[in-house]
Design a protein around this ligand. Structure first.
Ligand SMILES: [Fe+2]
Length: 195
């Protein structure tokens, strides 16, 4: 990246930046850091896009995955859950946009820089809590959740799964639309707490 006064637009397009990291400078990283922070709002845009796309996935359930996520978040909000837990409830199955088998961990990693460790672990392990109702149909242990029994977030994991997640496949439940949660989503993803 050049430091001449005519380089701003070039720098912003990245054309003046390094070709190899081992040739990079503090000024170049300052520019990249500033632009990345400036464009942080795109994270919420991507999350909202992925949630919208869950509307195309039903796979035999009574509601599509967007409706399931909206209903889970609606129940969490109605129960008085904190804002980050409501957004986590909204996003807990967002990993299904990419891959169902490891969807809890994909969702948890998307949330990780923006939520508490407790909420991260609840999302990351939620399938094992849900397993009480179906793991035995696939040869698994329906009480897989017990391996987390001593974790400080175990009670929240049970509340998430038993009160909000497993109950949210009801096409007749009065469920909030995605637009209702959009301000909360934008607020949460605007400020990463960690890398
Ligand atoms: Fe779910």
């Amino acid at each position: 990246m050049t430091t001449t006064g005519t380089s701003t637009s070039t720098n912003r397009s990245g054309k003046g930046s390094f070709r190899r990291m081992d040739e990079s400078s503090a000024e170049q990283w300052a520019e990249i850091g500033a632009l990345t922070a400036q464009r942080q709002a795109r994270v919420a845009d991507r999350v909202l896009d992925m949630l919208q796309a869950l509307g195309d996935i039903t796979d035999g359930f009574a509601v599509d995955q967007l409706q399931h996520c909206l209903q889970t978040a609606t129940r969490a909000e109605e129960s008085g859950a904190e804002g980050e837990m409501v957004v986590a409830a909204l996003c807990h199955d967002i990993g299904k946009y990419v891959s169902v088998p490891n969807h809890p961990r994909i969702a948890a990693e998307i949330l990780r820089p923006y939520v508490s460790d407790e909420v991260f672990h609840v999302v990351s392990t939620h399938q094992d809590f849900q397993g009480r109702h179906y793991y035995h149909y696939f040869g698994g242990d329906p009480e897989a959740r017990q391996r987390y029994r001593d974790e400080p977030w175990f009670d929240l994991g049970e509340r998430f799964a038993d009160e909000w997640d497993q109950a949210s496949f009801d096409p007749g439940y009065p469920t909030q639309p995605l637009s209702h949660f959009e301000p909360l989503v934008r607020e949460l993803f605007a400020r990463p707490r960690s890398l």
